[in-house]
Design a protein around this ligand. Structure first.
Ligand SMILES: Cc1ncc(COP(=O)(O)O)c(C=O)c1O
Length: 403
């Protein structure tokens, strides 16, 4: 029997209990409805359901019970009315922009956002007449100054990939709402375990479920969380036509991943802080970027906005006198690791290490990279659950022997 959950439960309880719609078999673990379509009892009911006049599943591009469970659980963790699942984080951003923008509209983004996001909005949407401005991540006045009468959306990512710059969500929400503009926040890096952007005034929250929500590097997934008036009325009809829907199998994997999200993110953040402190004292390291360090320019904001934790991603610059030496040294440090995986994903229980300037941000122009502060000596580490001393030894192997 399914009992209604009582109100007021803690997010840690919701992460394991929210949105379990048990079938008549009474399975304890969430069911996986791996089906493309749903059989209708009769033609008249089918007509009503396809017209949206009666509740009921019809076709998995439109909705699917396992995807619904994922959406309800994520919305509960983010503190939003609802959510919609998508096939990846990028398709969540695509869905949001397609649903909310038209030719002539203007978007303001941070110039330090994820490279594919900058390409999608700055290049691809420009082909359809959507204008964009890329401004400082940290300077709220720059967002205010970039507002135009045609601005419809402000889109922030905090902390950023890979430099972990923060933006003050409350300050941006006030600017957006003062101008009648929507604020969307990509919460991929902090995850709802540390930060709930809606609590600080964001209208929409974007997720790459591929990252911390899954947490074990298995599947691609994404979501947009927000109020019903936007998700149900604007995004859901578009997904039915455009088909960036989340597969039920991937939804199930991420749904189970969310059960351990809080534990993982806290343990990975503790590892990341210890590693950042150690790197800060290493003679071959010029600078460490990690919001949990006192030296981070926005440490106080991070502690307030991110539940007192710095998150599981850090970056650092190897010491070098010119860009070429910096790149050679960064490659040496990366190639000397034996435990860390050289792979672009993050949020995994396995620590990953990358050279952003030649991988995730390799498609940016040199001018864009410089504006974003992404040097050739920069290394990003997305810290996992390995024993901390093994991670230090792994990084020391290259840092102690730089060419
Ligand atoms: C901050 C951020 N947003 C969105 C994405 C896109 O997510 P996905 O790879 O699931 O499309 C990424 C991927 O790395 C990311 O780092």
């Amino acid at each position: 029997m399914n009992h209604e959950l009582p109100a007021g439960l803690h997010p840690d309880t919701l992460a394991v209990r929210q949105a379990i719609a048990r079938s008549p078999y009474g399975e304890h673990s969430e069911a996986l409805y791996l089906t493309s379509s749903f059989v209708q009892p009769d033609a008249a009911t089918a007509a009503l359901r396809f017209a949206g006049a009666e509740e009921g599943y019809t076709y998995s591009r439109t909705s699917n019970p396992t995807v619904t469970s994922f959406e309800q659980r994520l919305a509960a963790l983010e503190g939003t009315e609802t959510a919609i699942g998508t096939s990846s984080g990028m398709s969540a951003i695509l869905l949001m922009c397609m649903a909310l923008l038209k030719a002539g509209d203007h978007v303001i983004c941070s110039q330090s956002m994820f490279g594919s996001t900058m390409n999608l909005i700055g290049k691809e949407f420009a082909r359809f007449g959507v204008q964009s401005s890329f401004v400082s991540q940290t300077d709220a006045a720059a967002w205010q100054a970039a507002l135009r009468p045609e601005t419809r959306l402000m889109f922030a990512e905090t902390p950023t990939n890979p430099l972990t710059d923060l933006c003050d969500i409350r300050a941006l929400a006030d600017i957006a709402h003062g101008a009648g503009v929507l604020l969307a926040v990509d919460n991929c890096f902090a995850s709802p375990a540390l930060q709930q952007p809606a609590r600080w005034g964001a209208d929409l929250v974007i997720h790459s479920g591929t990252k911390f929500l899954d947490g074990q590097g298995r599947v691609m997934a994404g979501a947009v969380c927000g109020p019903r008036a936007l998700i149900d009325d604007k995004l859901a009809p578009l997904i039915r036509s455009a088909g960036m829907n989340l597969s039920p199998f991937n939804a199930w994997v991420v749904l189970k991943g969310m059960e351990t999200l809080s534990l993982r993110v806290k343990a990975q953040s503790a590892n990341a802080l210890a590693l950042a402190q150690w790197l800060q004292g290493h003679p071959s390291v010029a600078r460490v970027y990690y919001p949990g360090l006192d030296s981070h320019p926005q440490h106080a904001l991070a502690m307030r906005q991110q539940s007192g934790l710095g998150g599981a991603v850090l970056s650092f610059d190897v010491r070098a006198s010119d860009p070429e030496t910096a790149r050679t040294r960064a490659f040496h440090a990366i190639d000397s690791t034996r435990v860390c995986s050289i792979t672009a994903n993050l949020g995994d229980t396995k620590t990953t290490i990358t050279h952003p300037a030649s991988t995730s941000h390799g498609r940016l122009t040199e001018a864009q990279r410089q504006a974003a502060g992404l040097g050739q000596g920069l290394i990003r580490v997305a810290v996992g659950l390995e024993y901390i001393d093994d991670l230090k030894t792994d990084l020391a192997r290259g840092l102690d022997t730089l060419p």
